[in-house]
Write a protein that binds this ligand. Structure first.
Ligand SMILES: *Cc1c(COP(=O)(O)O)cnc(C)c1O
Length: 228
């Protein structure tokens, strides 16, 4: 096994173990490979281990990789902050956008998604633990945002995305509770199936609380080098 195979295997085992501990079915938790800063060749190598879903944070970097790897069947997720003037590329090139936190962003994504494409999957980013510096809407804004954005024709609203402060496992439970509250009131509860939370350092706690998609970078690819 090469080192990417090993690290992916290790992360999958960690997910499985966390699911066992939490008495959950491992099939309920998807692994998103967060590949920011890593070159296309590394993504291709990871793809060959069986990984299909990749998450990127920086639009320009992501567009270059999407172009370079267009022959592969990668499901591209945008997990960075969504700027209003960048929605067009997101709507055209990605399968998922996790960082939607305002109605205007959802509207633009829906308008700019082509009718020929499958609806764009989105998650609402919630600032679940009230951090000053973080993006995301407040928990109180979620019900109205859900109601309004689930009416947009070219989107499929799938759930919530959170990035709590490190070691704040209670925030994962708060996110799960909010997720369940919305699901109970949702017009199409089957569509509301994604709770995107947990990174390399806290995936166990996130899965214990109910995460359905962990976003893993470092544990799969090693430490990131931002100097390049
Ligand atoms: C970079 C990033 C990750 C991955 O973090 P690791 O600690 O490297 O696993 C997950 N989610 C978001 C939003 C990120 O920006």
């Amino acid at each position: 096994m090469n080192s990417l195979q090993k690290s992916r295997q290790h992360v999958l085992e960690q997910i499985q173990h966390a699911c066992q501990q939490a008495q959950r079915d491992p099939a309920e938790v998807q692994l998103l490979a967060v590949s920011k800063t890593h070159p296309s060749a590394v993504l291709q190598e990871m793809y060959q281990t069986g990984q299909r879903a990749f998450g990127e944070n920086y639009l320009q970097e992501a567009l270059e990789k999407i172009e370079a790897l267009q022959d592969l069947e990668i499901e591209w997720h945008f997990i960075g902050h969504v700027q209003r003037n960048k929605t067009k590329h997101l709507a055209e090139k990605f399968a998922w956008v996790h960082g939607v936190d305002r109605l205007i962003i959802a509207e633009r994504l829906s308008n700019q998604r082509s009718d020929q494409q499958a609806p764009l999957n989105i998650c609402l980013q919630v600032n679940i633990d009230g951090q000053d510096s973080k993006d995301g809407c407040s928990p109180g804004e979620v019900p109205a945002l859900v109601e309004q954005s689930s009416r947009l024709p070219n989107l499929r609203l799938r759930g919530l995305m959170v990035i709590p402060a490190p070691n704040n496992t209670a925030a994962f439970q708060d996110a799960k509770q909010l997720f369940d509250t919305v699901k109970a009131q949702h017009a199409q509860p089957a569509d509301w199936d994604t709770l995107s939370m947990g990174m390399s350092g806290d995936l166990n706690a996130a899965i214990a609380a109910g995460s359905t998609m962990v976003r893993i970078g470092t544990a799969l690819f090693g430490a990131r080098d931002y100097s390049k």
